[in-house]
Design a binder for this molecule. Structure first.
Ligand code: FRU
Length: 466
């Protein structure tokens, strides 16, 4: 039975909220953000029939996680985006508490979505259905309903399907929590997208020698990259270390080989995918020219997120920039997608102390062991020395100063700045740190160092979503 449509209210929320969000000094100039309300995970990221599609978890009604539909943008060139019809709204019993995260596939020339129908019960229990929807001629999606109920042996926390084609069938990974409350990644396969065969657990607590894997793994993505396989996932409940896993929940990558015949993924230890303050639930696509592109949510759930000042303007969160992934020298590299160069204004050379804080991209070498600090309008502080890079900012709720670290020798920095975000690519993508910060405008970037700093930079043009 269908629940009443919330479309009229969504339209009203957008009409009321959008002007306020767009007028906010902190609203991104060139990143994806919600026109009102709360946006979290990227979903259904795919190149399909000559256009890129990016769906997203969206609560248009409020800056909280109570309502989840799928918004939808598309683009031919990854620079100019347009709004598409809202793809999924929780209006069925099987998704009544949210159309949770999932993916998109090209099925015989038709765009189809897999998502999690989240259902909560009055006693606090919950269940989850993995559901299918298909795009119609008019661009809207029609729901086919659940294709996979909760697998036995797991709590109601089983979600975030990522589906791909390999040889002669479809495969799906799901994030899950087992009945002992341990985080897992499950593998399934299907020849018809309707019936799914379980192949068991391929990663998580207790597998591949992992003795403290936490209580829930969300948003898995498994893909081949330059001759190896990479699993990306978001484990909840990992022990915090001195320099790693300091966010409420991290996003990690593991490298290994998915053995389809044995349904096993033997892999390396966990590596943090991004060591900044905000990064979660990334998703990748394979582009038609063979690149593996990634986009993440520049946010983290359950920490200080709802204390961000943009909530007062009725919107919260943004995506990261698009990134290209490569596997080189035994590690995962992330670099800004080459398309982003189209946003560059005229290149400027710079040497001195202070620079006006505007959306910009800058790149420079650092001699080994040199010290450098960059103060971003008093709202974020970056320090490079022989130990690596440390990012610091004040808590949004207390006077405490928080730090995040990338450890190693820093020889090159490539930095992308927006109105309230920074993405720092270290050593041409060996490390990345993504963070929000909320400066007062006008603001300044102040550089101090052991040697004079000189670099080239480009002001970045706005990219508007039409
Ligand atoms: C990750 C997540 C997913 C879930 C979605 C709900 O941020 O918790 O596991 O599907 O958000 O919005």
């Amino acid at each position: 039975m269908s629940l009443p449509s919330r479309l009229p209210e969504i339209l009203q929320a957008v009409m009321q909220g959008q002007p306020r969000a767009l007028a906010d000094d902190h609203y991104p100039h060139w990143h994806h953000a919600p026109v009102t309300g709360l946006m979290n995970d990227p979903n259904g990221f795919i190149e399909f029939a000559g256009r890129y599609h990016l769906f997203y978890q969206w609560n248009p009604f409020a800056c909280d996680h109570t309502f989840k539909c799928w918004g939808h943008w598309s683009s031919a060139d990854l620079i100019h985006w347009r709004h598409e019809p809202i793809a999924l709204i929780p209006d069925e019993e099987y998704d009544r508490n949210g159309c949770y995260s999932g993916c998109a596939i090209d099925h015989e020339g038709i765009l189809r979505l897999f998502y999690t129908g989240n259902v909560k019960f009055a006693d606090g229990a919950r269940t989850a259905w993995q559901c299918l929807a298909t795009q119609c001629e008019n661009g809207a999606f029609s729901k086919q309903g659940p294709v996979l109920p909760l697998p036995t042996g797991y709590t109601g926390h089983v979600r975030d399907p990522k589906v791909w084609w390999h040889h002669d069938r479809w495969y799906m990974v799901l994030g899950a929590q087992d009945l002992q409350l341990r985080g897992k990644v499950l593998l399934f396969s299907s020849t018809n997208l309707q019936q799914w065969l379980s192949h068991g657990e391929i990663a998580g607590h207790g597998l591949n020698g992992l003795s403290s894997g936490g209580y829930m793994w969300e948003c898995p993505d498994l893909f081949p990259l330059n001759g190896t396989d990479i699993l990306i996932c978001c484990p909840q409940g990992l022990p915090r270390e001195e320099y790693r896993f300091l966010n409420t929940y991290p996003a990690v990558w593991m490298q290994g080989q998915l053995d389809y015949a044995r349904s096993a993924f033997e892999c390396s230890e966990l590596h943090e995918l991004d060591s900044g303050f905000e990064f979660y639930a990334p998703q990748t696509l394979l582009s038609s020219d063979g690149r593996r592109l990634l986009i993440g949510w520049m946010g983290v759930p359950d920490g200080e997120e709802l204390s961000q000042p943009t909530c007062a303007q009725g919107w919260i969160h943004q995506m990261t920039c698009l990134r290209e992934l490569t596997w080189r020298n035994g590690t995962l590299y992330q670099t800004p997608a080459r398309e982003l160069a189209a946003l560059r204004g005229e290149m400027q050379g710079w040497q001195g102390g202070v620079l006006r804080l505007v959306p910009m991209e800058l790149a420079f070498d650092i001699a080994c062991g040199d010290e450098l600090t960059i103060d971003c309008a008093g709202a974020l502080h970056l320090r490079v020395n022989g130990d690596g890079l440390r990012l610091s900012r004040q808590s949004l709720e207390t006077a405490e100063i928080h730090h995040r670290y990338w450890r190693g020798t820093v020889c090159h920095l490539h930095i992308l700045i927006d109105r309230s975000s920074i993405e720092i690519f270290i050593n041409h993508g060996e490390g990345v740190m993504s963070s929000r910060f909320f400066p007062d405008y006008p603001g300044e970037l102040t550089f101090t160092g052991s040697t004079p700093v000189a670099f080239r930079y480009w002001p970045l043009l706005p990219h508007m979503i039409e």
